[in-house]
Structures are given as structure tokens and as C-alpha cells.
Design a protein around this ligand. Structure first.
Ligand SMILES: C[S@@+](CC[C@H](N)C(=O)[O-])C[C@H]1O[C@@H](n2cnc3c(N)ncnc32)[C@H](O)[C@@H]1O
Length: 253
């Protein structure tokens, strides 16, 4: 089953995008990382003109012929960061999301295309919120939790550690000191990251099968007790890939 087939079968993800795109599309629309092209086709009845951009040549071949039938969509194959668009956009749709924006190019791409957004323009999705939890995980390696049967248990309450608004430039290199309160004795060996997508200010999409499954990151194992406070340093580069993730236990009190 192809990646794009799975994306277009994830109805929870699609419902949020459908509602926002059909309400917010007008004037000039960019659909950056158009993939299957589905988001452009939803914008088409409401927009004057759409630039749909896709850099993967295999995906582009199929999407070009699919979007060909739409008079107001121009399909462009290429890296969105290198394209010189002939006009500015009222709406930029840029959906290259992944958990904490680490492994996809959402941040470098949105940073680059923002100069084409009109002053009162809109970006869909609008941003993301990242949360972290201290966990005991069974595996010793980093993985996305894509099943409904978790292979970890939580040792303390979650914290919101970062929020991003895609209408503002974002520094892709991040460094956080996560302070966790432990609420039960156990062996702490991981941090679980969950990302919620703000499609618009009033449509929040949680993790769905194809949108940001929780990411489990192993850390050095540590026995913890109820009421401990543990500070873990987490840093990574958004758009730099999962191998940029570093963790370090900084303080136990
Ligand atoms: C998560 S898929 C989303 C597809 C589509 N937006 C949707 O919602 O069905 C992201 C797409 O962005 C494309 N992409 C990634 N980096 C890109 C870039 N720099 N320029 C253009 N397309 C890019 C990928 O090839 C992929 O098809």
C-alpha cells in the first residue's frame, strides 16, 4: 500500500483539512508538498488560481496527470525552496508534518516560502503544539508508536514544551530542558513526544494513523521514585532528521 494511499485514507486527518481548506481558500493558493494533490482539488472551487508543488518525481508523475483536468491549478515539480513564484499567496497550504517536525522539511520549507504570503494571508496548518512525557518503554531504540497497544507506561504528567506558529520564521535548531515530575516508582528510560496540529485556531487534530504518531525516544536508564523531579535536555534540528536527536539527564532532585 503506498504512502500517499495511506495519507488519503486517513479520514480523521482529512476531515480537519477539508473543513479548513474549503472555508479559507480564496484568491491565490499555494499547495506546497501537494503529494496526491487532494488538498489542491478541495481548494480549486474557491480559489482563483493554485500553484501545487511536489518535489518527488515519482509522485509528481501521477499527480501532474491527475491535476491536469483542473483549469485553475498549475502543477510544478521541484523543491519549493527553489521556486520563484510569479505572485504572492492569500493562502499557503503546507502539510509536510511529522512528530515534532524533525524528520520532514516543514520548517525549512515554510521558512523559505513565507516571503510569498500576503500581509493578511493564511497558512494551513496554522501551527503545532508539542508535548512530552517521562516513560518506561520496552524497546531500547527510537520508534513511532503506530499501534493501539502501547509498549510503554507513563511515569509522570505530560508537559507542553513547545508551540509553533507557521506564520512566523522558526529557528530549526532547538534545545529544551524538560522538567518532569515523577508520580510513581519505576525505571525511566524514555521520553514520549506527541504533536497536536492546529489546522486552524479552532480545529486541532491529535495524532492520527498518518499524522504524527507518538515518537518514543530512548534515554539513559534511571531508577526514579514518586515525587522526584528529573530534568532532561532534549535537542534536535527540525527538518534535520531523527539522527539529530540528542538527550541528556541533567538533574535529579
Ligand atoms: C506528508 S506528504 C503530504 C501530502 C499532501 N499535502 C496531503 O496532505 O495529502 C508531504 C509531501 O511533501 C513533499 N515534499 C517534501 N519536501 C518538499 C519540498 N522541499 N518541496 C516540495 N515538496 C516537498 C513530499 O515529497 C510529500 O509528497
Amino acid at each position: 500500500m503506498s504512502y500517499h494511499y495511506n495519507l488519503t485514507s486517513d479520514y480523521e486527518r482529512l476531515a480537519g483539512f477539508y473543513e479548513s481548506i474549503t472555508k479559507k481558500s480564496e484568491g491565490i493558493v499555494f499547495d506546497i508538498g501537494t503529494g496526491s494533490g487532494i488538498l489542491s482539488t478541495w481548494a480549486a472551487p474557491y480559489a482563483n488560481f493554485i500553484y501545487a508543488v511536489e518535489k518527488d518525481s515519482i509522485v509528481a508523475e501521477k499527480t501532474r496527470s491527475y491535476l491536469n483536468g483542473f483549469k485553475n491549478i498549475s502543477f510544478i515539480e521541484g523543491d519549493a525552496r527553489e521556486i520563484r513564484f510569479p505572485e504572492k499567496a492569500d493562502l499557503i497550504i503546507c502539510e509536510m508534518l511529522d512528530t515534532a517536525l524533525i524528520d520532514e522539511e516543514q520548517v525549512p520549507v515554510i521558512n523559505s516560502v513565507l516571503k510569498y504570503l500576503k500581509r493578511n494571508g493564511t497558512v494551513i496548518p496554522q501551527g503545532v503544539i508539542n508535548i512530552a512525557e517521562p516513560v518506561h518503554m520496552e524497546a531500547e531504540h527510537l520508534y513511532y508508536e503506530e499501534t493501539e497497544n502501547p509498549s510503554h507506561h507513563t511515569l509522570g504528567p505530560l508537559i507542553v514544551y513547545s508551540k509553533y506558529d507557521f506564520k512566523k520564521p522558526i529557528n530549526p535548531e532547538v534545545d529544551f530542558d524538560l522538567q518532569f515530575k515523577i508520580c510513581r516508582d519505576g525505571s525511566l528510560n524514555g521520553v514520549k513526544i506527541t504533536t497536536f496540529t492546529l489546522i486552524t485556531s479552532n480545529i486541532i487534530c491529535g495524532p492520527t494513523p498518518m499524522l504524527n504518531p507518538p515518537l518514543l525516544i530512548p534515554i539513559e536508564e534511571l531508577r526514579v521514585k514518586k515525587h522526584d523531579t528529573i530534568t532532561i535536555n532534549l535537542n534536535y534540528i527540525m527538518g534535520g532528521g531523527l539522527n539529530t536527536i540528542r538527550t541528556e539527564i541533567k538533574e535529579i532532585s
